[in-house]
Ligand binder design. Structure first.
Ligand SMILES: [Cu+2]
Length: 497
């Protein structure tokens, strides 16, 4: 393998970590589709084996005696640092990951031409079909199928990592409603409730303790999980994670927890910063439409997780019910230029990762600890395509990082950066660790990392258990400013991007 191809592949690995989800579809701003009535199914009763997509069958020729009704040509290539399919010929010429269409009953072929000397193929989700692999430039293969199921289906490259690196698009098959498959998953476009990472309250400047009130409302809401996919999240104050709460050691805090009128479940809150029964959970088991409260004194400084503690606690947490409460020490934290709030979680769905439509919770997968989705701040793409972190060369940044989980610890790492300081396990009174690459953060735990930005580029936040990046777990820190060749240089002009 040539050196340049090797370098390209390294670049693709990074790109894959960007985990830009699904095809087309704008993730924000558009009106929500009419959503089905809130359903809380006892989930998949068929007990399908977790995470095991069926093997793809090769389909490269039309059925005996039949002719091709519709033909598309796609060329593999690289665009803006991502691997893509590029339309070739006709109105799709030059279009990246073009939207394809077909009529029910047609025999459709997708001709794939290799444009980059990297091994590729084209596969069709929902039909379970793929072409042959091709790896020489100019080489062609075909995917041929009879469009006998209506719906929107994802075509993608089935070489590991290539779909995550950008090689996916959509083919919509329409036709006579009577013949259409009513079960074919349709993409949905639900509003985002993913909390941006800059939603950080200001530092506490008070020099003495005070009495405060914290108001939380538990809200169950249908929202965007990934491009084309929606999920019923359970939240504090309507976002995932819930709001970051910032107080000072010695403060006395009254917590008022209201459970929204239209909730289907009881909820509660357990603050790890609380000394007392259940961290507040015993006092706050709250029925829909009701309100509870308790008061606590913040005895210990630190960065603490809060979460719902109503059974099944793991389910309530997985569905989005977690956040951080920062109890600042005497004298506060040293000032930095930018602060961010990032939390990791995972979701267990009946449907496989990437399937469009409204997806539902799987208790079986949760008990088996086999999540389909991992993400930072509430959704796939939350901190990449929707709201990347932004800063400038020369600035200092602090990330308050927590793991809601419920089950997966994080090896938190920022690709291309080194943490100058780590407040390990969220302790703000122990001296910080210095010069750290990755920090292990337990579920229901936290860490604070700080570093100075010395060089521009896109730095990728990951859990270094990197399979999870291919299930949605990535964030971007975009740093702008002057490039200093003393710090990083390459004869081929590669930068931090
Ligand atoms: Cu709850």
């Amino acid at each position: 393998m040539s050196k340049s191809i090797l370098r390209l592949l390294c670049a693709f690995t990074l790109i894959a970590l960007a985990a830009c989800s699904g095809p087309a579809a704008t993730p924000t701003g558009s009106a929500p589709d009419p959503t089905p009535a809130m359903t809380h199914p006892p989930a998949d009763s068929e007990g399908s084996p977790a995470n095991q997509p069926a093997a793809l069958q090769e389909a490269t020729a039309p059925p005996e005696g039949q002719e091709i009704d519709r033909s598309y040509k796609l060329v593999t290539g690289v665009q803006d640092g991502r691997m893509v399919f590029i339309g070739s010929g006709g109105p799709l010429d030059g279009v990246i990951n073009p939207e394809l269409t077909a009529d029910l009953g047609e025999v459709v072929e997708i001709v794939l031409v290799n444009g980059d000397s990297i091994v590729h193929n084209v596969a069709l989700e929902g039909y379970g079909l793929k072409s042959e692999d091709i790896h020489e430039i100019g080489q062609e293969t075909r995917l041929v199928f009879t469009a006998d199921k209506a719906g929107a289906f994802i075509y993608f490259c089935a070489i590991p990592g290539h779909r995550q690196a950008g090689m996916e698009g959509r083919i919509t098959i329409t036709g006579d409603g009577a013949a259409a498959d009513p079960d074919a998953p349709q993409p949905v476009n639900l509003p985002s409730i993913a909390l941006p990472a800059d939603a950080v309250p200001p530092a506490v400047t008070r020099t003495a303790p005070d009495r405060l009130t914290v108001e939380l409302e538990t809200v169950e809401v249908n929202a965007r999980l990934a491009d084309g996919a929606g999920y019923t999240f359970w939240t504090f104050n309507g976002t995932v994670p819930g709001p970051m709460i910032r107080i000072r050691v010695g403060d006395t805090v009254e917590v008022r927890l209201r459970n929204a009128e239209n909730s289907h479940y009881a909820h509660s809150v357990d603050f790890h910063a609380v000394t007392g029964p259940g961290g507040g959970a015993a006092a706050t088991q709250t029925m829909p439409g009701e309100e509870t409260s308790f008061t606590f004194k913040a005895l210990n400084p630190g960065v603490y997780v809060y979460h719902c503690a109503t059974p099944s606690v793991a389910q309530h947490i997985s569905n989005g019910m977690y956040g951080l409460i920062v109890v600042e020490p005497e004298g506060g934290l040293p000032p930095v230029d930018r602060e961010f709030y990032v939390m990791q979680g995972e979701i267990y769905t009946v449907q496989p990762y990437g399937q469009p439509g409204v997806v539902t919770f799987s208790p079986e997968k949760m008990l088996a600890e086999r999540p389909e989705y991992f993400f930072f701040n509430g959704a796939v793409g939350s901190l990449t395509e929707l709201n990347p972190l932004r800063a400038n060369v020369g600035e200092t940044v602090r990330i308050f990082f927590g793991v809601g989980g419920p089950n997966f610890t994080s090896s938190f790492h920022v690709i291309g950066e080194i943490f100058d300081r780590v407040y390990d396990l969220g302790s703000l009174t122990a001296p910080p660790l210095t010069d750290v690459q990755s920090v292990l953060v337990p579920t229901g735990g936290s860490a604070v990392v700080e570093f100075t930005l010395d060089y521009p580029g896109t730095y990728v936040l990951v859990d270094h258990s990197l399979s999870r990046a291919e299930r949605g777990l990535a964030g971007h820190l975009i740093v702008e400013g002057e490039a200093d060749p003393e710090i990083f240089d390459s004869p081929e002009g590669l930068t931090g991007e």
